[in-house]
Design a protein around this ligand. Structure first.
Ligand SMILES: [Fe+2]
Ligand SMILES: [Fe+2]
Length: 283
């Protein structure tokens, strides 16, 4: 039996690409994936109207949906709320979209990587807290025997350099712990370009799959989402896009470590095969 999942990310309601979203909605209606996993940055600035638009769109999909919190999904303008109730707006919509997900031998397990504040200048980067990792590992360990986990995060679990420059602090520690468990792949967003790479850890390799964006904040590839197919043995990824760029051309070869401003909305996307693959801007 084959299971199809759609992996969406970085819709950034407030700066969403409505043409791409109409297409994805139609694809969901036609293909009826077993679930849609959205890996964060649902909104642009966590405004109430952006959350409301996100909620309407998600509720119009007639399939189960999971959503992770991204660095853009915590209050941006209201700092008091950001510090004291950072997840309230997100949790409100999470409760509205909740539906039971019943997958045969796989499970989507969340791991929170976005935090309200951190002891470094760039708060848009990821941070895996001890309690977030503990919750994720406990959820994996509680799965029925034979069930494989798809771990859903916002930031790729890439950690290089120092505490200040790492894309996701404690990402490597998390990957090592996941490598020891039945994890099919880690699904992420944040980068705005798709990828599918094997990350080596001290405890074996872990597959990291990134979805592109469905917003106007493009980096180096057109708007896209990942179609995942699981046949019980192999997980196949297609980076679906309206321009019909082949998956291999859509996927970047490595996860960039810098978080620089993305391409401005409206600026044309360079043809994918001409995109420089070194040190491009990410969001
Ligand atoms: Fe984003
Ligand atoms: Fe992000």
């Amino acid at each position: 039996m084959t299971t199809t999942l759609f992996h969406l990310s970085d819709i950034h309601f407030g700066l969403e690409d409505n043409k791409a979203l109409d297409w994805v909605k139609q694809e969901i209606a036609e293909r009826r994936p077993a679930a849609v996993a959205i890996t964060g940055d649902l909104t642009m600035r966590a405004r109430h109207r952006e959350y409301s638009a996100a909620c309407s769109w998600i509720r119009s999909l007639d399939v189960p949906v999971t959503v992770e919190i991204g660095n853009h999904d915590m209050p941006y303008f209201n700092l008091i709320e950001r510090f004291f109730a950072p997840y309230r707006r997100f949790r409100n919509i999470e409760s509205l979209i909740e539906r039971t997900i019943d997958l045969p031998d796989i499970a989507i397990v969340p791991l929170k990587t976005a935090v309200r504040m951190q002891p470094r200048l760039n708060w848009s980067k990821g941070w895996v807290s001890r309690s977030a990792l503990r919750q994720c590992l406990a959820a994996i360990d509680a799965l029925p025997a034979g069930t494989k986990a798809l771990v859903a995060v916002h930031h790729p679990l890439r950690e290089v350099g120092t505490k200040g420059t790492a894309l996701t602090y404690n990402g490597f520690k998390a990957l090592c712990a996941l490598a020891k468990r039945p994890v099919l792949a880690v699904l992420s967003g944040h980068v705005h370009d798709p990828f599918d790479i094997m990350e080596e850890t001290l405890d074996g390799p872990v597959r990291m799959i990134g979805a592109g964006t469905l917003s106007l904040r493009l980096r180096s590839t057109p708007p896209s989402f990942n179609e995942l197919t699981w046949d019980g043995t192999t997980l196949t990824v297609r980076a679906r896009n309206l321009d019909e760029v082949p998956t291999r051309s859509m996927q970047i070869d490595d996860v960039p470590e810098n978080a620089l401003p993305p391409r401005e909305p409206g600026e044309p996307v360079a043809p994918v095969n001409q995109v420089p693959r070194t040190d491009p801007p990410v969001h």
